[in-house]
Ligand binder design. Structure first.
Ligand code: FE2
Length: 161
């Protein structure tokens, strides 16, 4: 996946990921590292296949790799990460040879992934990201389970994907 590799080699991407890693050095709750992004990518792609949605594999991976990239700004100055992430992702996607239409849909999904409502269209790229992001967390084995702010029904009690 050449365009996904372009993202992984992008300077802005790597600077932001390094900033996030530093800011989360002592974090005891879920991290927002490459491992998380790749788990989201794979789960989103499973949803895409199981539900026959037909989204492009590179777009799904790009969306997942970039969905939390805005946390670098959130940690620095408090800008909500879904807003900052959409703006930063746009630059990275353009430099990684994604088309204007793809950039539009991917950045829309990143911008909405924190606030999408539960009755949203399940075949929408935004909702796939929202679901994959939640499903990626192994709450059932988490040491911070009781202290986590997630509602009880959102926490994954078992492996689902
Ligand atoms: Fe996430």
């Amino acid at each position: 996946m050449q365009r996904v590799d372009n993202i992984l080699n992008n300077n802005i991407y790597n600077q932001c990921m390094a900033q996030i890693e530093k800011a989360e050095e002592k974090r005891r709750f879920c991290l927002h590292d490459l491992e998380h992004s790749l788990a989201v990518a794979r789960i989103a792609y499973i949803i895409n296949l199981e539900e026959g949605l037909g989204f492009d594999k590179e777009c799904i991976y790009a969306m997942a790799l970039l969905h939390d990239i805005g946390r670098c700004e959130e940690y620095e100055n408090g800008t909500p990460h879904h807003m900052a992430g959409s703006r930063i992702a746009e630059k990275i996607l353009r430099a990684s040879s994604f088309t204007e239409e793809e950039i539009y849909f991917i950045t829309q999904a990143i911008e909405s992934h924190k606030i999408i409502s539960d009755d949203a269209d399940k075949a929408d790229l935004r909702y796939i990201l929202y679901r994959a992001d939640k499903l990626s967390r192994n709450c059932f084995e988490c040491k911070m389970y009781d202290e986590c702010y997630w509602d009880e029904e959102k926490k994954n009690q078992t492996v689902q994907m």
